[in-house]
Design a protein. Structure first.
Length: 176
């Protein structure tokens, strides 16, 4: 259940931040998630991994657990593969985007006494479920954590630069 909670976490975060009037938090969450998605996509394209169920030849509980393998192999073999949009399956093993989002959702709720414990506990359970439910190696999770940190650093830097430019006023030379 925790592994499959990403959509619920996104919707509830948006509502909570708006209801509690936590200024800029929805923007920050969306920007970090978008930056993380781009970083994850680039890393997965450069390092298309098949995951532990394929590597060890066992462990998948359902045929759907390894349905992504054909897509990853097509990406490896064909420089310009095509996919039917209605048949896309999650294909990213490295880095783990679930790990990334678990950390980003928890980070987004920092400083909110009402929601931080709930999101930290839910995402803690998710992190423990990622190897079995998501079929990830520990290295995939460490890669996902690195993506989360990079996304936060990137977004904080861009937002700081935007505030600096705004404070300088129109027509002021760029601080960069």
């Amino acid at each position: 259940t925790a592994y499959d909670s990403l959509v619920a976490q996104l919707l509830s975060s948006i509502i909570v931040f708006a209801a509690l009037r936590v200024h800029g938090r929805n923007e920050e969450l969306m920007l970090t998630a978008c930056a993380a998605a781009i970083l994850t996509t680039v890393m997965a394209a450069l390092l298309p991994a098949l995951g532990p169920w394929v590597h060890f030849g066992q462990g998948a509980l359902l045929p759907s657990d390894t349905a992504y393998v054909a897509h990853v192999l097509a990406l490896r073999d064909d420089p310009a593969p095509s996919f039917a949009l209605n048949q896309l399956a999650g294909i990213v093993s490295f880095p783990s985007f679930h790990t990334t989002l678990a950390l980003l959702f928890t980070y987004a709720h920092r400083g909110i006494r009402l929601t931080l414990p709930v999101f930290a506990a839910l995402n803690g359970v998710m992190l423990f479920s990622i190897p079995s439910e998501g079929g990830h190696h520990l290295a995939d999770m460490l890669g996902g954590a690195a993506v989360a940190v990079a996304a936060v650093v990137l977004v904080r830097g861009v937002r700081r630069l935007r505030r600096t430019r705004s404070a300088l006023g129109p027509g002021a030379p760029s601080p960069v």
